[in-house]
Design a binder for this molecule. Sequence first.
Ligand code: THU
Length: 126
Amino acid sequence: MKYSDLVKEAMKAKELAYVPYSHFQVGAAVLTKAGKVYRGCNIENASYGATNCAERTALYKAVSEGDRDFEAIAIVSSSNDFTPPCGICRQVLAELMPNGIIILANDKGETREYSLDDLLPVRFEL
Ligand code: THU
């Protein structure tokens, strides 16, 4: 799949964001090496710490369906700008797709690609 199509999947995911508190929609789409796509949105909670980010929703959906071999993840949001993953999501990316490509897209459809070494160069591992 083309990465521009993966970004489109993330944009679709964003529309389902449950964001009554921040009103900030995030969408993610993770691509497996076998070509399957899992979409995820952020899901907020009145107890704010229970909120789940879009990236983790997508990744946890995939893992819970038996997929763990990831090629890339695309991330978009309702802001005009690029939305880099939060620190917790970077740690989850380190766990589940340390060699994957992280694609950020803004509302103009421009993209930037990162490795995890770019985003979390010195990281905790067991
Ligand atoms: N959010 C994500 O979904 N992914 C990130 O990496 C950054 C933050 C969500 C969490 C919350 O619902 C909203 O954006 C504002 O923080």
